[in-house]
Design a protein around this ligand. Sequence first.
Ligand code: FAD
Length: 467
Amino acid sequence: MTQYNSVTQEIIEQIVAAIGAENVYTDEVKKEPYSHDELVGKKYNKIPELVVLPTTPEQVAAVVKIANEHTIPVIARGAGTAFTSASVALFGGIVISTERMNQILEIDEENMFMVVEPGATTATVQKAANEKGFLYAGDPCSGDSSFIGGNIGTNAGGNKAVKYGTTRQQVAGVEIVTAEGDIVTLGGKLKKDSSGYNLFHLIIGSEGTLGIVTKCYLRLVPLPESQMDVLAVFPSLKTAIEVVPKIMSAGVNPVCVEFMDNGSVRNCEAYLNESLPDSENGNYIIVSIEGDNEELLEEQLGTIDEICTENGASSVLIADPERIWKARKIYAEADRAISIVTSMEDIVVPTTHIPETIETIAELGEKYGLTIHCAGHAGDGNIHANILKKDLSDEEWDEKLHAIQEEIYAKVYELGGKLSGEHGIGYKRKAVLAQYTNPVEIKLMQAVKKALDPKNILNPGKVIDVE
Ligand SMILES: Cc1cc2nc3c(=O)[nH]c(=O)nc-3n(C[C@H](O)[C@H](O)[C@H](O)COP(=O)(O)OP(=O)(O)OC[C@H]3O[C@@H](n4cnc5c(N)ncnc54)[C@H](O)[C@@H]3O)c2cc1C
């Protein structure tokens, strides 16, 4: 393991001189919020030695240069909404918060791109695009708080990925600060580019381990005139999930196909303190369709209704979008209210294997006596299985969690799936990634990391180990 140096008073003074005292936190109370993300647990949380809040790419570069010279870890941080201890300074060092770099720099209507700073929230970006008649199609459920830089860091998926793809498909370029403190633009406002290796795609999903994003070039599409959300309720989770591949192959091109199992529905209802349709035994499938042609939308609606009804739905309703999406989006928060400690699994399988995967998870939950609430982006095979600790002792929890994860991951890989569909690896899943990934692929990842970050200062200990 790389030997890192501590952040000394002398180094703090150099940083203060470079970016201003108002952009540097040394106080423990001010640094505490940066000691964790959504993953709770002693081994995943640590107060950083220093937090900096630069306002320009040049200030980010100045901090990274100093850190590189002294071999000190630097950890890029967005809103800290990841579930994997991804932006925590577990090996000491400096957290670089992007929260003060939050401007929409440009909306280029003719070329249909926007340029934004990494600390803008996803919702701010979406709203700015909408106001000009465009859609920014990245749409994680955390969008009200997550930053666009964090979305790029994790290659966030979300609700519109079925039709538009993940964050990767929304990004055309990034400006980054490299491990040596250079500023470089990779990609840009281009619809195509075959000019050498595509380095910006390497940055997307690299979780701050290959460079720090300081500017984002995002694709825009025309804003569809209308969207409809359909809620189909099924008495059994199995029948609900079995309908997903049927909807996907019916030619309706949905924007999203989400699901919530009955445990999630009831828990969200209790958390929101408002009633949801058929919640007593209902398992939800939420399908959104959009377009400019009302007639076509009605036709698609008919097809979805027919498929769901034929396949066992107890009711198919036009959903109140605000109500249904509020419930879907607070699923993890509602779980946190009944169990502070949870393990949010983010597995992804080919969509035809969702029913089998969900069944296995339910059986394993019973086998280990664990409460698991499943919801997620069924249309792209991405299942969130939130395993709740509730009142188990730490020892019991560690033992059971480890055992159930082993069985879930083994099944997922047997079905051609992967560990994470959108949340990323961070620190939490690093060992499992190494376990399930072809050693040659890991060797290639290590070679890339060593080439781009020779001193291993960029978010060390995350995604892969290099030594
Ligand atoms: C309620 C809830 C719902 C969620 N729903 C979804 C969902 O639908 N889809 C989904 O994909 N995720 C979801 N997430 C997970 C999380 O919100 C996403 O992973 C999001 O992209 C993280 O953004 P952030 O700004 O919080 O990043 P952080 O958590 O701060 O950081 C995440 C990673 O990105 C890196 N990073 C941050 N900024 C930069 C930068 N400027 N340059 C380089 N690297 C950087 C960090 O180092 C870290 O490795 C959800 C989380 C919650 C709490």
